[in-house]
Design a binder for this molecule. Sequence first.
Ligand SMILES: *Cc1c(COP(=O)(O)O)cnc(C)c1O
Length: 425
Amino acid sequence: MEKKPFVTKEQVEEIVKKYPTPFHIYDEKGIRENARKLKAAFAWNKGFKEYFAVKATPNPSILRILHEEGCGTDCSSMAELVMSHKIGLSGNDIMFSSNDTPDEEFAYAAEIGATINLDDITHIPFVKKACGSIPKRISCRYNPGGVFTLGESKEGFQVMDNPGDAKYGMTKDQLMEAYSTLKAEGAEEFGMHAFLASNTISNDYYPALAKILFSLAVEIKEKTGVQLKFINLSGGVGIDYKPEQPANDITKIGEGVKKAYEEVLVPAGMDDVEIYTELGRFMLAPYGHLITKAIHEKHIYKEYIGVDACASNLMRPAVYGSYHHITVLGKENAPADQTYDVTGSLCENCDKFAVDRKLPKIEMGDYLAIHDTGAHGFAMGYNYNGRLWSAELLLRENGDVTQIRRAETIDDYFATLDGFWNLDI
Ligand SMILES: *Cc1c(COP(=O)(O)O)cnc(C)c1O
């Protein structure tokens, strides 16, 4: 699909009078519309709920918007639990799908009533000790092992990932044992979770995963007498980072899961199982841009454009070689007749937002919108090379722009060194 930025050059010229580049900006309207589409796609399931994966975009203003659209949060750390609780969430609005978890995080999760999703069978005694008892509502994470593939064609598999090599979840035998033990320990409401593939571009991923989990739920009921209250399909529904990629169709995905539900769960008398999702990327990625300014051009063996953002603001291209589309604002319709590497300032040659990218001719001072940075963008930032965290802004539905996190200052950067800093070196 053609990639159009949700801000114009004129809007950015206004914004930078108050908030200089680089910054991340999110589109409230897009976020809300997409959340409503997801909800509609699963409206056939009475208990459906999306638990937004906080790690994708850990900002309370974003969590609040999603909560207004009926979403809870999926947390993986103390800070994410605290953030969720501080915006007013508790109990069944919070999922805690962590791994390698310290005991104080389990204790806090239990205290605020979050649903703990156990990553391993050994976490049963660990949680019991950390929380005083096994929580009444609890979930287990399943890992089927092997290789997960979907839709083979001449070009290869539509989806291929490697659960057998992943550190998460329990084997099937452990899962069966875990439910029996948890029941004996007094648990009353049970869930199951699995995450088999990341950033999938396929309307078949969730339905295929659902079918595996639904069949297993029937087997769990037969073997242990435990009837699951919910099945959590977790994250992994991807987005079309490249304009030529097809987009996922969440309505079709919802229909596919419904079909599996009717084929497997309903005949087994399990027609009240609630379906949950823990999407991060799908919920936010397309509704964020990293806005940055061209500040240098360099003509050596290649043509370089240096911008004022760097990999510490968005690490995916540097670390994974990920494609992020770039629009030169105000030149949306100009011919893309130049070939550039678009670079940041880190002393690492991988700090390139784009390599050999066809773009319109860029002048110094032009603003670039880097697309699809709303998830795993700001969130994966870091301070390497003494680079500071950028601001996060929100484009409201009425066109206003609100700062939802200020940029880090050099004083923030030095704040954790206070003894040293006070020496006035
Ligand atoms: C990362 C993660 C998610 C979200 O994944 P996306 O690919 O962003 O949808 C959901 N659940 C768990 C447990 C995760 O670790």
